[in-house]
Design a protein around this ligand. Sequence first.
Ligand SMILES: [Fe+2]
Length: 472
Amino acid sequence: MAQAFPDDPYLSGFWAPFGAEIDAPDLVVEGELPDSLNGTFFRNGPDPAYAPKPGNKYHVFDGDGMIYALHLENGKASLKNRWVKTDKLKLEQEAGRRLFGVFGNPAFNDPTVNPMQYNTANTHIWPHAGKLYALMEGCPPIEIDPENLETVGSETYGGAVAGPFTAHPKNDYETGEMFAFGYAAKGPASTDIRYNVVDKDRKISKTEWLSQPYASMMHDFFLTENYVIFPCLPVTLDLMRAMQGGPMAAWDDTKFAAFGVMPRYGSGEDVKWIEVDPTFMFHCANAYEADGKLHVEVAGTKRAPLMPSADGSPPPVMDARQLLTRWTMGTDGETSDFKETVLGDLDMQFPRIDDRLTGRPYDYVYTNVASPGESGRTDGFDNYARYDIRDGSIDVYVPEEKTVFGEGVFVPRSPDAPGNDGHVLVFGWNKERNVSDFYVFSADDIGGGPVAKVNIPFRVPGGFHCSWMDAA
Ligand SMILES: [Fe+2]
């Protein structure tokens, strides 16, 4: 018999484990779904099947991956959700309890599961070359069948990707390639990074190795037309700290931040590191080249949210607000070139763009934001917005009832529609009625409110990242 979950803000309310796999075949739609939307919106997020082991504290990054698929076809909407059937989850379901320590820390694992690879597959759901993958940065991708959400199995690209693989690869929509990396790639807390290019036929066309200045948690990275940029930011990884019961990953602002700039088809020996004052982001909106410089727009902050300090103490919430920020740097490793410009003043969480413009100049960022002066971590990201990065202007939707938005996805009106001509899709949890809706905004009028809303008769819990796959 499964045990009750302990008290924890990320095990209650919006984030309470859902614990069920459901098929909702034909949902009520308010307004009219655009004809151009035929396909599926996928979202991944943590849904712990079992309570943490005694003495372990839950972390929201550590739940079992659960995929939600909102399918739109000929004006009708349906929803299903399935756990990613990882080896970890299957073993724990057989045992009827949690076998792994938090984050798979071997010091707390049931001895029967060592030295198994620890994969929750809970972070992103990412398409490449017709396939769909559940991603968690410590392990190879897990292929998911987009039709029925069945777990197909690990994708190691013929053994080339046996270990860590980012949850934030970048697809180049002109070449069909996927650019990816894995950090701590030669063991926990190692500084080694493996960089991969996967071609349009899903073959590894490039593998390079490089080393970051210190062992940091590298959650995202940046791609431009000619470069990749590896951000080494002050959330440090420390195996000794973890073995002594402290956090494996912790904020340490005695460390500098560094950006490793490398030609995207270059070698690990070409990387030039630019060291700057401590700064942080979990998520990048986009990166591009202009005026002979590299420009990167991120949800930037001076204190990493959600990550404890080395002594285990939580971050001060208001210090960990994330604001739309531009980092500008050169390609030659010159530190004096680096510039940080804050473009927005609302706490934001998940910036997305018209993915077809990845690595190229673009104009708009779509993101969930908190009301002015508030923190999304305490109050929820209760508005949805489009930022114009040219002047920092913002078009914000403020719902009538208290709602918490997750990550949105931009879907073009057609594959060759101009940039930003299309719709933005996002789940919103209605806090007052404890049910969720699926919002469809016209991308050029977010503030005008959704053109259609799919009513979901239950709560879709808090989650992380999402993608769209067209039916075609
Ligand atoms: Fe992420």
